[in-house]
Design a protein around this ligand. Structure first.
Ligand SMILES: Nc1ncnc2c1ncn2[C@@H]1O[C@H](COP(=O)(O)OP(=O)(O)OP(=O)(O)O)[C@@H](O)[C@H]1O
Ligand SMILES: [Mg+2]
Length: 244
């Protein structure tokens, strides 16, 4: 069986895109990027978007929180450094409120059209940050998920692994260059970030078929190459499965 890489190199795919060609999938695919703050999710989301678009896939971005108008309003409340009075349970509900809007408005319609949906954080992040980080526990997160997500789950999750110091340093450096103050999470304690990392490790252990750990160290290009290899494997495997 030929993998998608052999079927069409980037140049061939770009040509076909310009000719209006789109690879059509019978069913859409949902790929998420996860990892602690500053692990490189947003950077790699855009790299992956370019890679898949060049290969002729119809790609939809569904960023979290903030992929919709409603989500952007909620994002302001969630990430603003001034929201220090936000309690853990309302925080959990706000993340899922934004996600529920994203599921209905963006993700489900795109999957129905056979598109590849790429999201920067999804429910795994809430398990890690609210379930473990805020110590609300996984069952509380799963309860709200069952209402908010309507069964939508990622087919593949790229978990970017980086040490906490590097992640926080990268995130603070980025925040310093941005005008908006979205530093609430980066201001959390070392213990909080350690619990979040433990949450991600638990998710990886519980679902190794879906969650793939990628080394987030090194240059942006090096990390992008590692992600590309994992995504290649995933596409080769899905096209080998009946109906895939
Ligand atoms: N491999 C890398 N090496 C060096 N710097 C990087 C790398 N990847 C990303 N960065 C930089 O680190 C900062 C944080 O990256 P990015 O915003 O992609 O992380 P993130 O995981 O989305 O963070 P957050 O959880 O806060 O949304 C950015 O300024 C980005 O340009
Ligand atoms: Mg980000």
């Amino acid at each position: 069986m030929l993998g998608w890489k052999q079927l069409a190199g980037p140049r061939a795919a770009r040509r076909r895109v310009s000719e209006g060609y789109n690879r059509s999938l019978k069913q859409g695919l949902f790929i998420t990027l996860e990892g602690i703050d500053g692990s490189g999710k947003t950077t790699q989301l855009h790299r992956l978007e370019t890679l898949l678009t060049d290969r002729g896939y119809a790609v939809t971005l569904a960023q979290e929180p903030g992929g919709t108008r409603v989500g952007r309003e909620i994002r302001r409340l969630l990430l603003d450094a001034a929201s220090s009075d936000l309690r853990p349970i309302p925080e959990l509900l706000l993340y899922f409120a934004s996600r529920a809007q994203n599921v209905e408005e963006v993700i489900q319609p795109a999957l129905r059209e056979g598109r590849v949906v790429l999201a920067d954080r999804f429910t795994d992040a809430t398990v890690a940050y609210q379930g473990y980080g805020r110590e609300l526990g996984v069952p509380a997160v799963r309860q709200v998920e069952s209402v908010a997500c309507q069964g939508v789950q990622p087919d593949l999750t790229i978990l970017l692994e980086i040490d906490i110091e590097t992640g926080v340093r990268r995130a603070l450096h980025r925040n310093a260059e941005q005008s908006d103050d979205e530093s609430r999470m980066e201001q959390e304690s070392r213990e909080f970030h350690e619990r979040v990392a433990k949450g991600y490790a638990a998710l990886l252990a519980a679902d190794p078929e879906r969650v793939k750990k990628i080394d987030g160290r090194g240059s942006i290009d090096e990390v992008a190459t590692r992600i590309e290899a994992e995504v290649d494997l995933f596409f080769a495997k899905s096209s080998a499965e009946p109906g895939g």
